[in-house]
Write a protein that binds this ligand. Sequence first.
Ligand code: 13P
Length: 249
Amino acid sequence: MRKQIVAGNWKMNNDVAQTEALIASLKAQNKTTNAEVMIAPTAVNLSQASNSVKGSTIEVVAQNMHFAESGAYTGEISAGMLKSIGVNTVILGHSERREYFNETDELLAKKVDAALANGMRVIFCFGEELADRKAGNEEAVVGSQIKNALFHLGADAFQNIVLAYEPVWAIGTGETASPEQAQDMHAFIRKTLADKYGNDVANSLSILYGGSVKPANAEEIFSKPDVDGGLIGGASLKAEDFFAIVNAF
Ligand code: 13P
């Protein structure tokens, strides 16, 4: 059975006091659930957040990292540094990193390698823009994002990879992919992986959907057979909404 995962990507929100307050509310609501629950606070609060979630089943994950282990990369954070504060999972390839920080498939392949070499788990994000979908190119775009950043890996690497399909046109816009659009793309993604690595790898891989997931639409999206959870932005900033989404499984 594939892992079901709901991860909250807090993006550049919440100072240290707000982080503490939100984690306290999350811990108060954290009931037994089938899904793995993750939160991704901003880098400066990861250390404190890792301590604060102790005693709960919530995992604290990073939003980004650099590919090098150390060195002259001002402002950057390495996999080893994340591990040293108890952070063992990292989100890579988010469309905001691609758009605002010029992250390319080639760079992301190096980051994925560095995370895996450090024994970290990767939540690898990708997704097409509106123009791609309007032109009917969504599968070509998503297929090439996956191939370029991941297809140099051996099959074993996928034990530590979670995929997150986030259509750029649905992020923060209030416009969600329909459950059918999400299912169609997730099935395409799984087939892409199956064609390269075989059915065992493809069928064991968790594929999350992200883009305007809310309590009102989570249940229908998560009911689709190839949707194994969600990467949640705005709605992860309120404990009740986030757990309503977690409990949608
Ligand atoms: P929203 O849920 O705010 O649309 O953001 C999705 C996202 O980018 C999660 O990584």
